[in-house]
Design a protein around this ligand. Structure first.
Ligand SMILES: Cc1cc2nc3c(=O)[nH]c(=O)nc-3n(C[C@H](O)[C@H](O)[C@H](O)COP(=O)(O)OP(=O)(O)OC[C@H]3O[C@@H](n4cnc5c(N)ncnc54)[C@H](O)[C@@H]3O)c2cc1C
Length: 447
């Protein structure tokens, strides 16, 4: 029988939950801390609101994993430097290993003038808002009628989907540094907004940038065939693209709200076979009343791990295998060594990279590294594990953390499901943590 350990996993998104399964399968007990009351991370609060089949399928899988008695869920507990519970507190609690799967909670900015104007938002905040994650669910977003989205990936498509199909705004302008062929979204995802594409405008836009496309060997006729379809935009709502444009300034109106975006026109050059955008100095004004950055995220700089350029620092040496075991360990650049017993996986290791399947695979590879690390260490008896969990709960109580268990989550979910049935919708979520805690307390009291 291999030695058994107590492992802390920080973050119950796909990486944390699938990772917890691998740790439990190896015989370890897992304490799964999660900032949000409910588990799921971006699978619950990122994936588009109308993807019912995908969301319910993932919820079922997560529920099954959390039902494992070896997994102890503690929701509504944020670990971090400016939080009641720090990474150092956890280190002092005798975990055999600490795994950070907290996703990428920091936001990226472009650093341009006027970025603080009312009506400039980050995709993650907007996505959390329409997916009802507190506190974003309770915030007002001044969306307006004409929105520029900076970025050309699947997150841009989700936001345009929400704006055009659900908010029914007049126009979405996608602003991209490079050209149509450099899109990062999937065609299958784009189908959700394709009906709104302003084909006449797209044709004009491709004609505008044709010399730059030709300069890097791209076939303009082929691009027109691929990107310009037939027909008028549906219901008068328009989706347009401004290619080869890098935002330089947000222009505010007299009320301090977004009035326009100024962008520098780019040309493209080839570098190592890749197209790269290069500013031409020529400016364009794009009249919009809201701006949303969909340019990816960075990890949380305040979690308590060495941080540099948007990522947690891992071993800077060129590692032979990819991913090498050391790629899952945070690295202290001052001491020039790995942080002993601490690991990262999922979007905390590779911010904003890949779908749920990628985060799952990364966590499973990472937990193999953790299990191998633990195999060389003396384990704990069941009694010692119980003692440590009790000491942990005592610490959380002392710090006033109102932790939520998996039994609490089940009570909450049953209340939300009843509410959804009453409202004849497939999903219903309470919009504040206070309300969720109140519902859990009421259900407990009624038992
Ligand atoms: C807008 C959007 C749409 C997407 N749509 C799809 C899709 O349709 N299909 C698909 O397969 N993938 C989709 N993805 C990708 C998918 O959501 C990610 O691959 C996956 O969720 C990453 O998992 P993760 O566990 O690494 O991070 P996350 O899902 O972000 O989970 C992180 C967890 O950590 C918790 N946490 C954060 N900080 C702390 C802290 N300090 N202390 C304690 N807990 C903390 C959070 O509460 C959260 O539960 C989408 C992503 C986005 C952004």
């Amino acid at each position: 029988m291999p030695e058994q350990h107590l492992v802390a996993v920080i973050g119950a998104g796909p990486a944390g939950i699938y990772g917890a399964r691998k740790l439990a399968e190896a015989g370890h007990r897992v304490v799964l801390f999660n900032r949000d009351v409910k588990p799921g991370g971006l699978a619950e609060y990122g994936i588009f609101v109308e993807k019912e089949k995908m969301k319910t399928g993932l919820r079922k899988q997560f529920k099954k994993i959390l039902a494992n008695p070896k997994v102890f869920y503690l929701g509504h507990v944020t670990i971090g430097q400016n939080q009641p519970v720090t990474l150092e507190d956890l280190k002092a609690k005798g975990f055999g290993a600490i795994v950070v799967t907290a996703g990428a909670q920091g936001t990226k900015k472009l650093g341009i003038e006027g970025e603080d104007t009312i009506g400039v938002y980050h995709a993650k905040d907007v996505v959390y808002h329409y997916n009802s994650l507190p506190p974003f669910s309770q915030r007002t977003f001044e969306i307006g009628r004409r929105v520029a989205i900076v970025g050309m990936g699947n997150v841009m498509v989700d936001i345009a989907n929400w704006l055009l199909n659900l908010k029914k705004i007049d126009q979405v302008v996608v602003v991209a540094r490079r050209g149509p062929l450099e899109k990062a979204y999937d065609d299958s995802e784009f189908e959700s907004i394709e009906a709104y594409l302003d084909n006449a405008d797209m044709k004009k836009e491709i004609a505008r940038i044709a010399p730059q496309l030709t300069a890097v060997g791209q076939d303009v006729d082929e691009i027109i065939r691929k990107f310009v379809k037939q027909g008028e935009p549906a219901e008068g709502r328009r989706l347009t693209f401004r290619y080869l444009c890098s935002p330089t300034k947000v222009i505010a109106n007299e009320q301090g709200r977004v009035a326009a975006l100024e962008a520098e026109e780019n040309e493209m050059i080839l570098q190592d076979g890749r197209t790269v955008a290069k500013g031409t100095g020529k400016m364009q004004r794009i009249d919009v009343d809201c701006l949303i950055y969909a340019i990816g995220d960075q990890v949380d700089a305040e979690l308590g791990l060495p941080f540099s350029r948007g990522a947690f620092v891992t071993n800077p040496e060129k590692l032979p295998a990819d991913p090498h075991p050391a790629a899952y360990q945070p690295y202290d650049p001052q001491a020039k060594k790995n942080l002993d017993g601490v690991f990262v996986a999922g979007w905390s290791r590779n911010a904003s990279v890949g779908l749920v399947g990628v985060a799952k695979q990364d966590a499973e590879r990472g937990m193999k590294v953790v299990n191998e690390y633990l195999a060389g260490k003396p384990g704990l008896s069941s009694g010692q594990m119980e003692e440590r969990i009790e000491a942990l709960i005592e610490m959380l109580n002392e710090k006033g953390a109102a932790a939520v268990t998996k039994e609490d989550v089940e009570l909450l979910e049953s209340a939300e499901q009843e509410e959804a049935r009453a409202r004849k919708t497939w999903d219903f979520k309470y919009l504040s943590n206070e309300k969720m805690l109140e519902v859990i307390a009421a259900r407990k009291a009624a038992r």
